[in-house]
Design a protein around this ligand. Structure first.
Ligand SMILES: *Cc1c(COP(=O)(O)O)cnc(C)c1O
Length: 362
């Protein structure tokens, strides 16, 4: 078998090897059915069991109770930027958005097409290097909801705890840190996440919505845009992304097998700790780009003394089998995305490479 590389891509991103091997085994003929998951009806018995299992396992991982619906939709997190306001903004037609990066801004942009957006806080003038403090949030108690982005994939910042929003429904874009730790679902009205970072392949979007909010979804909405329709049809109003849901289901089982999200979180803290420690103990050669207390466990962003060295670092790393380390084009520098599936060994190997590179390029 060909060797796998250390894949630090921000998304689509690494999947657990065990999941890939499992899927490979069943690709040609799924469990003796004589066809692959890609080739079977989404209304057939086999796929019905696959999607029900995936939902049940996700509910187990996050202790999701029956007052919440779980959806597997399409259109990425980007479609949720529109669906959230279209469904949840009325009747007050105003919502609070917390600007912590480009994705947060893009979410707000779509909300503005539906109603009034109050920017409850923004760290844009500081280049999004930190998460706003609770005391900085200017929240409107009459807002239809508060929207925040739990992990800022491009900048490498992450909320340690959810913003406190009182009785206003809390909506979260968790695309790049969903399932990295156990969260208290009860704090949320709606969580959405594109799958391609921490859940599965691109094409699936997970949405968890508290059912009482479905009352807000107007019958005049276009059918696909209406959460109520998707809930009533168990994510099968139209053909869902069957193969993506199947792989996401395998990832959920992988997480349960390794002991669940508390175990996953411990490992994530450990992995990120190894990398941040290497940055902090490099005598300023490597510089973290964000406020220390807001550092992301998923996307570790840092810089070298100059852009020339950064380019050299990325090129040499690539030759040694470390791929995807180039920072987002809008911010530059280095970004090591170390999602759930990224192995600890790969982080340790990267740190070794960083030490060698520093010694050779002082
Ligand atoms: C990647 C990303 C998105 C965009 O996701 P798509 O699936 O491409 O629409 C949105 N929000 C966050 C936080 C992301 O990391």
């Amino acid at each position: 078998m060909e060797n796998r590389i250390y894949n630090f891509s921000a998304g689509p991103a690494i999947l657990p090897e065990a999941v890939l091997l499992d899927a490979q085994k069943d690709l040609y003929s799924y469990k003796g059915s004589g066809m692959s998951v890609m080739e079977m009806s989404h209304r057939g018995k086999i796929f019905d069991a696959i999607i029900k299992d995936a939902e049940a396992d996700l509910r187990k991982l996050l202790d999701i109770t029956d007052d919440y619906a779980v959806l597997f939709l399409q259109g990425g997190a980007t479609l949720q930027f529109s669906m959230v306001p279209m469904n949840l903004m009325p009747p007050a037609n105003k919502a609070d958005y917390i600007h912590t990066g480009s994705w947060a801004k893009k979410a707000a942009k779509e909300a503005k097409r539906v109603g009034t957006v109050n920017v409850a806080a923004s760290t844009e003038s500081e280049n999004f290097v930190r998460i706003p403090k609770q005391s900085e949030l200017k929240l409107d108690s009459e807002a239809s909801y508060v929207h925040f982005t739990s992990n800022n994939t491009i900048y490498g910042t992450q909320w340690r705890n959810e913003p406190e929003v009182g009785n206003v429904p809390l909506v979260c874009d968790a695309s790049s840190d969903f399932l990295h730790k156990k969260i208290d679902i009860k704090k949320y009205a709606l969580i959405y996440a594109g799958a391609q970072k921490n859940i599965g392949p691109a094409g699936v979007t997970v949405v968890i919505i508290r059912k009482d909010l479905l009352e807000r979804s107007s019958d005049s909405l276009h059918t696909y845009m209406n959460y109520k329709i998707h809930v009533e049809n168990d994510s099968m109003y139209n053909t869902p992304t069957t193969f993506g849901i199947y792989i996401a289901g395998l990832v959920f089982k992988w997480l349960l097998n390794m002991g669940g999200l508390d175990e996953m979180y411990k490992l994530n803290v450990e992995k990120a700790g190894i990398l941040y420690n290497a940055i902090d103990s490099s005598n300023g050669y490597y510089r973290g780009t964000t406020a220390v207390e807001d550092r992301s466990l998923m996307n570790v962003t840092y810089r070298l003394p100059n852009e020339e060295l950064e380019k050299k670092f990325i090129d040499e790393a690539k030759k040694k089998g470390f791929d995807g380390l180039k920072g987002h084009r809008s911010v530059g520098g280095i970004r090591a995305s170390i999602y759930n599936a990224f192995p600890k060994k790969g982080v340790e190997e990267l740190v070794k490479f960083m030490e060698e590179f520093r010694a050779n390029n002082q």
